[in-house]
Structures are given as structure tokens and as C-alpha cells.
Ligand binder design. Structure first.
Ligand code: HEM
Length: 132
């Protein structure tokens, strides 16, 4: 059954299963494995999951808890281009629709899409500055 509300318990499940799938993707997976390793039980993944739980609960429910800078880490992942974000978004869209009713899944997707577009612009701009 699809969830018709967003709460901590279902966000935790959605986030962990999303990244379990994502790390196996040939295009997006290697960025995560390089940054965080391949063992989900390590400290880096533990922190990443906790950060994302707070991040999504803030974006979807307005719950306080996330205090980071979503863009920051993406500036240091190497050559991260628009096609990698397109892939991430496609997989995320499919994934949230497996967990949530369509209205909620679309809200998740729209939030991610807006941020991904901002990331792409900022990464391109950062690249130009570095080339100067
Ligand atoms: C090609 C797509 C993406 C890749 C390869 C990627 C990769 C990563 C990696 C490796 C980290 C962890 C860095 C670290 O802790 O050392 C990270 C953090 C994060 N990512 Fe992404 N990401 C992608 C797209 C997105 C998108 C579209 C969103 C937003 C919906 C997002 C949201 C975040 C957030 C919130 C964090 C934590 C930031 C913090 O530390 O506060 N990512 N990402």
C-alpha cells in the first residue's frame, strides 16, 4: 500500500532503499561509493542517511532539523554533469512513486527537480570561475 502521509518512519525507509538502489546504478552509483564507500554500515553512510532524513522531513513537512547546505558537498564530487542529475532524478521519481500516493510522490520529485536544476547551474558557474 502506498503511503498517503510523510513521516519519519516512511522517510527513513524510502531514503535507505533509494540509496541501496542508487549505488548499483552504473552512472550515479560510483559518485556515492567514491565519497562514502560501499558499506552502508559505515559512519559516513550513517551520517548521510540521518542528514537526508532531516532534509526530506524539512522539505516535505517543514520540520526543523536540517541545518546544512544541500549544495556544498556536490561541488567536490568531480565531474558531475546535467546527465548524471537527470539519471538521479529519473530513478528518484520512479522510487518515490513506489512508496507514496501520486500527489506526495510528485511533491518529492518537484522539490528534487528544483534543487537539481540549481545544483547544475551552480556547478557550471563554479567550473567557469575555476577556469579563469
Ligand atoms: C547526480 C546526482 C547526485 C549525486 C552524485 C550526489 C551525491 C552526493 C554525495 C556523495 C553526498 C555526500 C557527500 C559527503 O557527505 O561527503 C551528497 C550529499 C547530499 N545530497 Fe546529493 N547527490 C546528487 C543529487 C542530489 C539531489 C538532486 C539532491 C536534492 C534533492 C541531493 C541532496 C543532497 C543533500 C541534502 C546532501 C547532504 C548535504 C549536507 O551535508 O548537508 N543530492 N550528495
Amino acid at each position: 500500500m502506498l503511503y498517503d502521509t510523510v513521516d519519519r518512519s516512511n522517510v527513513e525507509k524510502m531514503v535507505r532503499s533509494f540509496y541501496a538502489m542508487l549505488v548499483q546504478d552504473d552512472i550515479v552509483g560510483p559518485y556515492f561509493i567514491r565519497a562514502l564507500g560501499s558499506d552502508f554500515k559505515n559512519d559516513k553512510w550513517y551520517e548521510h542517511f540521518r542528514t537526508l532524513d532531516h532534509f526530506w522531513l524539512m522539505l516535505m513537512n517543514g520540520e526543523p532539523g536540517y541545518t546544512g547546505d544541500p549544495f556544498g558537498p556536490h561541488a567536490f564530487l568531480g565531474d558531475l554533469g546535467p546527465e548524471t542529475f537527470e539519471r538521479w532524478l529519473k530513478l528518484f521519481n520512479e522510487h518515490v512513486h513506489k512508496y507514496y500516493v501520486p500527489e506526495i510522490a510528485e511533491k518529492f520529485y518537484k522539490k528534487a527537480d528544483i534543487l537539481a536544476k540549481q545544483f547544475v547551474v551552480r556547478l557550471e558557474t563554479t567550473g567557469e570561475e575555476e577556469e579563469e
